[in-house]
Structure formats: C-alpha cells, structure tokens
Design a protein around this ligand. Structure first.
Ligand code: KMH
Ligand code: ZN
Length: 312
C-alpha cells in the first residue's frame, strides 16, 4: 500500500520589515491591503500567516499594537489560518517594544530570532532613484550599521513573557548554524517544549547563503541536535525562494513564501501578490506529490493552543 503523503505547511509572510513601498506596488502596507492579501494567501493554501505591521500612511515598519489591531480582527474573521506575529521589529526598537503587540494579542505563534547578528539591506538602496516615501532610502542605507539584537537574555525574556505566560508557539528564526546551537542550549535549559518549530533562513546579508549545501548542513545539524523533537521550514530570501522551498519539501520540511522574503514570482519578474506566490509554491509541491496542510493540520503538527485562545 502506498505510504500516505506527508502534509506540508505553507507559511505566507505578508509584508515584513525588509522591503519598502518603492520596490513593489504589490507590497501591502495599508491595513486593508495587509488584511486582503493575508486572506487571499490563506484561501490559496497558506495555513500560517506571518504578520508585521506598517504605518498606514507611509509604509514604514511599525510595532504599534494599534496598527496590528487595524487588520488582525478582519483576518481572524475571514480565515481559519494560524496567525503568527513577528517579534523582529525594526531597526531601532527595544525588545520590550518588539514583543508588545504579541503580549497584547496573545497569538498562536510568534517569531523568535535565535541570535544577534548583522542584518542588512543596504545594497538594495543602490537599485532605486525615485523613492515613494522619504524614509525609505535612509532606512535601507543605515541598515549597514544595524546589529539585530537577540541575546540569550532577550530570548529568555521572550520565552517567559510569550511562551510561558501566553502559551505562544515560536517560529525559531535560525539564520546560521550557530543559531541552532543557541536553540539547543535554550531547550536544554528548559525554555522551550518539543516539538520546536525551526525556520531555516537563507540569503539574508548577515546570515548563511542560499545554497543547497547549506540547507543540507543546517538540516543535518538540526537532526543531530534535536532528533525527532523538531519540525522545520525553509525561507529562501529573494530569488532563492521557490527553489529552496521545493528542496525543503523534498527533504521532508515545510515552506515559507511571501513578499516579506521575496518580491519576485520568477526570475526578474515582480509578484502581483502574496497569494500568487502561495499558488505557485502549492502547484510546485502538489506536482511533486506533496499534500498541503490545512490550518487544522498545521495546528496539530505544531501543537498550537488554538484560535480560540488568542486575544483579538
Ligand atoms: N524577515 C525574515 C528574514 C521576524 O519577523 O522576526 C525573518 C523574520 C524575522 O521574519
Ligand atoms: Zn518577519
């Protein structure tokens, strides 16, 4: 009898904190556009929606809980998808500011970045001359001075304030192999319960590059450190998005797509929407024989607390 096929969770990361409005008209920043794109991504097959907020007037990155409140209820009312709130914040936010939205809304999932690092978008600034908004160019150029702070104490604070107090499940963002060892140390210290959910991230300037060798290396290291105590997904930044997603699924993992991570639908061609990327990855995966996880299946695979336990 053929083995039942394993379900693949598609996460769609709707807007993020890397790209700016000049780069693509499709990048949503008004709350109604974030909500619409998130709902359409869920309808296309995304079981998890990874969400950041933006300032509704100029698209700058926002961690103001009111800006989240402007789209969260609508998304919840229109989809069954798992809501995952970012704790990554923007270039100048403290940890307390970064986790304030998640403390207020108590979502099923949050991102948790597993190490301090350079995290830079400054090369993108040279590709554009006419900017839609005046904050964009300096935001990108100044990112070459940025240290993305995620110390062990920060991680422990987030584990306590969101994990212990709100039963939030984390998307552990691992940009390099050392971040896996940080997570192992934290698990051994009792901060996180199995199964942990690891997002392997490739192609951020400051992290490991988007080569298949690196995916194999990260996966092998995670197998050694966590055995069967983890679930995993892959995020390839920029042009590596679709090829790394299909490789991840072939290796037994889950996938993340979205305009947060890549503005493209194919080489040199801008995506029209998050849903278009979800449809594309879904088609690729289904052609390869994989089945797409529903939100209910994702909740079971990741041991989530359930949509009725959130606070929005
Ligand atoms: N932007 C991604 C490379 C977060 O939101 O905390 C990683 C990310 C981080 O999604
Ligand atoms: Zn994010």
């Amino acid at each position: 009898m053929p083995k039942p096929s394993r379900k693949v969770i598609i996460t769609s990361a709707i807007t993020g904190a890397i790209h700016t409005p000049t780069m693509s008209d499709a990048l949503p920043y008004k709350p109604e556009d974030i909500a619409r794109q998130a709902i359409e991504a869920a309808e296309a097959g995304a079981a998890v929606l990874h969400l950041h907020a933006r300032h509704p007037l100029n698209g700058s990155v926002s961690i103001d809980p009111e800006h989240f409140m402007a789209f969260l209820p609508e998304i919840k009312a229109s989809t069954d998808a798992v809501i995952n709130l970012s704790t990554g914040g923007s270039l100048k936010n403290s940890i307390a500011e970064r986790i304030a939205p998640a403390e207020r809304f108590s979502p099923e999932m949050c991102s948790l970045n597993m190490g301090s690092m350079n995290f830079s978008m400054h090369p993108l600034a040279d590709r554009y001359t006419d900017w839609k908004f005046d904050w964009e160019e300096a935001y990108l150029r100044d990112s070459d001075t940025y240290i993305f702070r995620n110390t062990f104490r920060d991680i422990a604070t987030i584990a306590q304030n969101l994990g212990t107090q709100h039963n939030v499940k984390f998307e552990h963002e691992c940009y390099d192999v050392g971040h896996l060892y940080n997570l192992k140390f934290c698990m051994d210290s009792g901060l996180f319960k199995a199964p942990v959910f690891i997002q392997f991230i490739f192609g951020i300037l400051g992290g490991i590059g988007p080569e298949i060798d690196n995916l194999v290396f990260m996966k092998r290291t995670a197998d050694r450190l966590f055995g069967d105590q983890y679930r995993w997904s892959v995020l390839g930044a920029g042009g590596a998005q679709m090829s790394l997603a299909t490789a991840a699924a072939a290796m037994g993992g889950n996938v993340r797509v979205g305009l947060e991570d890549s503005l493209l639908i194919s080489r040199g061609k801008l995506a029209e929407s998050n849903a278009q990327q979800v449809r594309k990855v879904r088609k690729l995966l289904e052609e390869l024989g994989h089945e797409i996880a529903t939100p209910a299946e994702a909740r079971e695979m990741l041991a989530l607390k359930g949509a009725s336990a959130v606070n929005f």
